[in-house]
Write a protein that binds this ligand. Structure first.
Ligand SMILES: [Fe+2]
Ligand SMILES: [Fe+2]
Length: 263
């Protein structure tokens, strides 16, 4: 069994890059499930119905979110419509949407859970560790494989979560920093882990944003309006291979592709 997970899809350039590369990756790796983080799909912040459809039409089964879940208010009109978007599970009780979703393919049930970190994040969320315990309890007997997208800033919090969940879930992948880390590994009890999958969008900006604007902000301290960087783009993803018999991850492979776009 294989799961392909694509890191934060950033703006139209990210959606176009996904569109141009995903079929090729599917052909090459033949994944059973394709998941993507879509928290930056609409202009770099949040997601809308049309941008989500764009991602689904490219061949993604389920979209995970993050701290930009509510950046486009129209998500509130669609998140309870049955659309396959998972928002962080550790939002307060009463928040719309779902923190987990189970899909089935080829006779295998995969649960996808999204969590937000709390270290260096401006989030009013419940403890992600207590939340995942609760979610795993609910999932007992409901899923064969469990995929966790832990959307967090600090590598310490992400690595701690991976050890906390080793042997209890199939994989813990980090998102949010938009920079792919090179620490992918299989933990002792068979959980695949990477601190950050990276981002799918502009390759030459500052985590997606035009570099001149960000330099202006850092060097002069002046306010700026974020604009998506132009030029080359990238697709960052991981491919996780799972032993079908014992449900343990056996391999995690980083994917980082550069796409040259016309100016
Ligand atoms: Fe992001
Ligand atoms: Fe984020």
């Amino acid at each position: 069994m294989k799961i392909l997970f694509v890191g934060d899809i950033f703006g139209e350039i990210g959606r176009e890059t996904l569109k141009s590369k995903l079929a090729e990756l599917k052909e090459l790796y033949n994944p059973d499930f394709c998941i993507a983080n879509g928290e930056n799909a609409a202009g770099g912040k949040g997601i809308t119905y049309n941008t989500a459809q764009d991602i689904f039409e490219s061949g993604i089964d389920v979209i995970t979110m993050g701290n930009h879940t509510w950046s486009r208010k129209e998500i509130l009109n669609i998140i309870d419509s049955g659309i396959k978007i998972v928002r962080p599970a550790n939002y307060p009780k009463g928040v719309p949407g779902k923190g987990k979703i189970v899909i089935e393919k080829n006779g295998v049930r995969l649960a996808i859970v999204n969590l937000l970190g709390r270290v260096y994040m401006d989030n009013n969320v419940d403890c992600p560790f207590q939340t995942i315990d609760r979610e795993l309890n609910c999932l007992k007997g409901q899923a064969d494989l469990i995929f966790v997208d832990f959307h967090a800033e600090a590598t310490s919090e992400k690595i701690a979560m991976a050890y906390y969940l080793d042997g209890r879930v199939t994989c813990v992948v980090g998102t949010h920093t938009h920079v792919q880390t090179a620490d992918e590994r299989i933990l002792d009890k068979g959980t695949a882990y990477i601190s950050d999958v990276g981002m799918t969008g502009p390759a030459d900006g500052v985590i997606g944003v035009d570099k001149e604007l960000i330099l202006r902000k850092f060097t002069l301290g002046l306010p700026i309006n974020h604009e998506i960087a132009k030029g080359r783009s990238q697709l960052n993803a991981v491919l996780i291979t799972i032993d079908k018999e014992n449900k343990r991850a056996v391999d995690i492979k980083r994917i980082a592709e550069i796409v040259r776009n016309k100016a």
